[in-house]
Design a protein around this ligand. Structure first.
Ligand SMILES: Nc1ncnc2c1ncn2[C@@H]1O[C@H](COP(=O)(O)OP(=O)(O)OP(=O)(O)O)[C@@H](O)[C@H]1O
Length: 595
């Protein structure tokens, strides 16, 4: 009962999406179902009269009229059906499928960032993704099949009323058996698919690696082909082991349904044949009943299959809805949000005794960290690998918001601000930024070309040092990056990519800029040039600058030294050098190489 309720709720869910994006979809589907439901009825009755005419009076004009009616009805209904299905329904099917996929896409782009690091959520996403394998189309087709076959059934029951009720019972029995076995088969398939999800995720990752040209260099250099193939083979083997025993069960179950159906057909043939021989049934009636019995069985089976399809697809819709129902804690409009302070006026950000462990980790990435950042300040954050510098930034921009202690903006817990409003105050360039296969201009402005502010764009390009490269390109800022979609697409060097990332940060208007290792790929001259113009670049905006190039700290107002997740030193470059602590050690260690 609960399942039935869920099925109805899911069908309603799909119907609502369908009518939202394709208003005519449901009414036209009903029209098509009506056509499909009535057509078999005509094809059962009219041949009876044709055969009786052929074996009886043999009147040519009657015969022609009957054939004309049969052909006419078929032609008109089938052609109408064809036009509606091809021109509207098939196109709408595709559109709806894409919509449902895109709704999931929005969800994926919007869910809390920490979900992206949880393998359970990956599996949930993979399960939900199955909705993209034509599930909407299948459910709608099943619902429309139920409607059309119920109409057919009503007509056939009327025709078969004169037949032995035992025959009807026999058919009902066999259809029930095949429906049950069909249901069992679908359940087995669902189980198999679920078991294979973690394996398939690994396999698709491997296939992506193998097919993605960007991995090509590593694969060749480290001779990974054999190793990757072995890994694939291992997972294929696992797939076969999981599938085989269950597929044997599927074959057994399906065979039972086939055997039962043949026995039923045999009995019906013998029964009708005997009635022709012993009870003077006309040949026309023999053919009509025989067709009626076949249609009856087909319609019942189609209804049963449609229910099974709905039942099975219901599981996929459930998985989809479960994923869509994942609740955001961070990116959500809470009732108790407070207005963001005006950041054009002086403000202060404070990390107050903050400790943080990544989800699923035992050790702290940040431990009792306290730090105050003042508006307009240029703060360098330095520390060894894994010290916690990037983690600090991730907490600041609320990629994670479950920590001990608190991060405050003007004394208010940053979690109280509307997430998007808050985030819009930041421009962050992480080390692992992505460059997209769009134009150079779109990559910097991160918006449609037409919406781009060209003046700001040119200024960002100049300040980032990318101007020379842009001038050398035939299509300038409109050059396509990568050759995936354009054979004239450009490939940027590591340093040029970094300049592009910097241009992105400079283009965006925001109060706070965070640059995580922005010069690691720059040549010494470009790096020197950037340092020289650093204050000019960020135009008085608060800037957090994470870098292993210790000399960059000289250009900052203050330096925070992070060690094992906590802040161990704070001051200007000169103050810290005088202190002769961790900062001095790091600075001098690096300086040695440059002397
Ligand atoms: N998503 C994550 N899940 C689990 N642990 C993580 C995650 N990201 C970072 N860590 C761990 O947290 C610690 C701090 O990492 P973080 O990236 O903040 O260091 P960092 O100071 O920026 O280092 P680097 O200078 O190498 O970039 C490290 O031990 C790292 O392994």
């Amino acid at each position: 009962m609960r399942q039935l309720k869920e099925i109805f709720s899911n069908i309603k869910y799909i119907a609502l999406i369908a009518s939202k994006y394709e208003r005519l979809y449901l009414p036209l589907l009903i029209a098509v179902s009506l056509i499909q439901g009535t057509l078999p009825f005509a094809n059962i009755i009219i041949p009876k009269y044709i055969i009786n005419e052929l074996t009886g009076s043999k009147r040519v004009d009657h015969l022609l009229l009957l054939v004309l009616i049969l052909v006419g009805i078929n032609l008109i209904l089938r052609i109408t059906n064809e036009y509606i299905s091809t021109i509207y329904i098939q196109v709408a099917d595709d559109h709806l499928q894409n919509r449902v996929g895109m709704l999931m896409g929005y969800k994926i782009m919007d869910i809390d960032y920490n979900y992206l690091e949880n393998p359970e959520i990956y599996d949930m996403k993979e399960k939900a993704n199955r909705i993209n394998n034509g599930v909407i189309k299948d459910i709608v087709a099943a619902a429309s099949s139920i409607l059309s076959n119920v109409i057919t059934l009503v007509g056939i029951i009327y025709i078969m009323a004169k037949l032995n009720p035992l025959i009807m019972l026999l058919i009902l029995g066999t259809v029930t058996i095949s429906a049950r076995s069909n249901m069992k088969t679908q359940k087995l398939f669902y189980t198999i698919q679920n078991l294979l999800i973690p394996i398939n995720r690994r396999l698709s990752y491997l296939f992506r690696m193998i097919n993605d040209f960007t991995y090509g260099k590593d694969i060749r250099l480290f001779n990974l082909a054999g190793w990757l193939t072995k890994k694939c083979e291992y997972y294929w083997h696992k797939t076969v082991l999981e599938m085989k025993p269950r597929m044997v069960k599927v074959a057994h179950t399906n065979s039972i349904a086939i055997i039962v159906r043949f026995i039923q057909e045999g009995i019906v043939y013998i029964y009708l044949g005997l009635r022709v021989i012993w009870a003077n049934m006309t040949l026309g009636d023999f053919v009509m009943y025989q067709n009626a019995v076949r249609s009856f069985t087909d319609s019942l089976s189609a209804i049963a299959s449609a229910f099974v399809a709905i039942y099975q697809n219901n599981m996929y819709v459930r998985d989809y809805r479960n994923f869509m129902a994942l609740e955001n804690r961070i990116n959500v409009d809470r009732d108790d949000t407070v207005p963001l302070p005006d950041l054009s006026k002086p403000y202060e950000i404070e990390f107050k005794d903050v400790s943080f462990k990544y989800p699923g980790q035992n050790s702290y990435a940040l431990k009792n960290l306290s730090l105050t950042i003042k508006s307009g300040q240029k703060l360098s954050i330095v520390g060894l690998n894994g010290a916690g510098k990037t983690t600090l930034v991730k907490l600041l921009i609320r990629l994670y918001d479950q920590c001990e202690g608190v991060v405050l903006l003007n004394g208010t817990d940053i979690r109280k601000f509307n997430y998007n409003d808050y985030l819009s105050q930041f421009t962050v360039v992480f080390q692992d930024f992505n460059i997209f296969a769009f134009s150079l201009k779109e990559n910097i402005a991160l918006t449609e070309s037409e919406k781009c502010d060209d003046e700001r764009l040119i200024s960002a390009i100049e300040k980032s040092g990318l101007d020379e490269k842009v001038r050398s390109l035939e299509k300038g800022m409109d050059s396509q990056i990568y050759k995936i979609f354009d054979e004239h697409g450009i490939e940027l060097s590591g340093g040029e990519k970094q300049k592009l990332a910097l241009a992105r940060a400079l283009y965006r208007k925001s109060s706070i800029v965070v640059l995580d290792e922005p010069t690691s790929a720059l040549d010494p001259l470009a790096e020197y040039d950037l340092y020289k113009r650093f204050a000019d670049l960020t135009e008085g905006r608060t800037t957090l600058y994470i870098s292993h190039r210790m000399s960059s700290s000289k250009f900052s107002d203050a330096v925070a030294v992070i060690k094992n997740g906590t802040m161990v030193e704070y001051g200007t470059h000169e103050e810290l050098m005088r202190r002769n602590g961790d900062y001095t050690t790091m600075f001098e260690a690096q300086a040695q190489y440059y002397i």
